[in-house]
Design a protein around this ligand. Structure first.
Ligand code: NAD
Ligand code: GLY
Length: 336
């Protein structure tokens, strides 16, 4: 079964979801003089070769796995490698990997000679259902996550659910955190499907459903002025946990912890915590949660007045409220 989602934002692009698509991404790649395949060391060779084999003389750039590659230093190294290999404006970059590679590859594409086209080929569940769509590209600094970046939509997004066969269990769990997020903020039926594990038998359909939800949000507010911030449910706490742990806590695990803190005391809390557990997501933050406030004040959703937070009052819908840092601290203290 083939699925297609057309995103009609500042630039139009399509997201294709199809089993086996990794073997024909060249047919969806725009015209180019040179192709750069950006990946990380832990993306299995079989997927890297499947993509490389479709192009003449592609340049392969492999970066260390993990969040630390989302940096300006790494960006500079990649740009220099591309220049050394003779890349010009007629180069296309293929971002082959998880959300780290998608964010970094998109950022490199946005700044290389003031912008070249790029193709998202997401290979983790998290990247397939969320980060590869929407055009947010960014790198981190020592103080904050995704703080240097832009909106730079891909030329096309190619999603092959089959590549998830090699994904380690804990990485699948990371993607589940974002999928559960979509159920909680927008789609009660999706949450019920996750709850009764129906999604595991219907992965391409589930990815299509999540991508369609993201498409609607991105089309309504591509530049994150307000509504798109709902996708950051649990994320201001999550980004703070990631930073405080020096990225030893993964993005997905941190998102689960952040969401768990944001639903404390809700009538559906136990139901949601059970789902986190079922998919291997721990929701207990082992350090002092109140100390996260210093990181939260540096979040992009923060201002001098407080922070825009997302609240789920019933499963499947949410709203954005600006809360003071004192209120945020009370939420964090509740998780102690
Ligand atoms: P990741 O990119 O670090 O990938 C996790 C690990 O899985 C890596 O070690 C990678 O090598 C490995 N891997 C990838 N594909 C594999 C496969 N098919 N088989 C085996 N191993 C594979 O992590 P992630 O969870 O995909 O992404 C997290 C990042 O996404 C964070 O930096 C987060 O900020 C970002 N993000 C961005 C957006 C956005 O809208 N741009 C949204 C959500 C998250
Ligand atoms: N943070 C997810 C998004 O806005 O795309």
């Amino acid at each position: 079964m083939k699925f297609q989602v057309d995103v009609q934002a500042s630039s139009k692009y399509s997201v294709y979801i199809e089993r086996g698509l990794i073997h024909s991404v060249a047919t969806l790649t725009p015209a180019h003089a040179k192709v750069v395949v950006l990946t990380d060391r832990l993306v299995p060779t079989q997927w890297v070769s499947s993509v490389m084999d479709q192009f003449d003389d592609p340049l392969l750039i492999t970066v260390p796995e993990g969040e630390s590659s989302k940096s300006l230093r790494r960006t500079e190294l990649i740009v220099d490698e591309m220049l050394d290999a003779g890349c010009h404006r007629d180069t296309v970059l293929l971002a082959l990997g998880g959300g780290v590679i998608g964010d970094l590859g998109g950022f490199v594409a946005s700044v290389f000679m003031r912008g070249i086209p790029y193709v998202q080929i997401p290979t983790t569940l998290l990247a397939q259902i969320d980060s590869s769509v929407g055009g947010k590209v960014a790198v981190n600094t020592g103080l904050a996550k995704n703080i240097i970046g832009g909106f730079y939509p891909p030329h096309v997004v190619c999603i092959d659910p089959d590549v998830l066969h090699t994904l380690p269990k804990e990485e699948f769990a990371n993607g589940m955190a974002e999928l559960i997020k979509y159920g909680l903020i927008l789609d009660a039926e999706l949450f019920a499907m996750i709850e009764n594990e129906r999604i595991l038998q219907q992965l391409p359909e589930t990815i299509y459903r999540a991508v369609s939800l993201k498409q609607q949000v991105v089309e309504a507010d591509e530049r994150d002025a307000h509504y798109r911030q709902i996708l950051n449910f649990g994320h201001s706490i999550a980004h703070a946990i990631e930073k405080a742990s020096n990225h030893n806590v993964s993005h997905g695990q941190a998102v689960a912890m952040g969401m768990a803190m944001m639903i404390q005391g809700k009538p559906f809390e136990e139901r949601v915590l059970k789902v986190f557990k079922r998919y291997g997501l721990s929701t207990t933050y082992s350090e002092n949660p109140a100390a996260l406030i210093d990181y939260i004040s540096k979040d992009k959703k923060a201002s001098t007045d407080g922070i825009n937070e997302i609240f789920v009052h019933e499963i499947g819908s949410c709203e954005i409220e600006t809360i003071s840092y004192t209120t945020m601290k009370t939420i964090l203290e509740g998780a102690q």
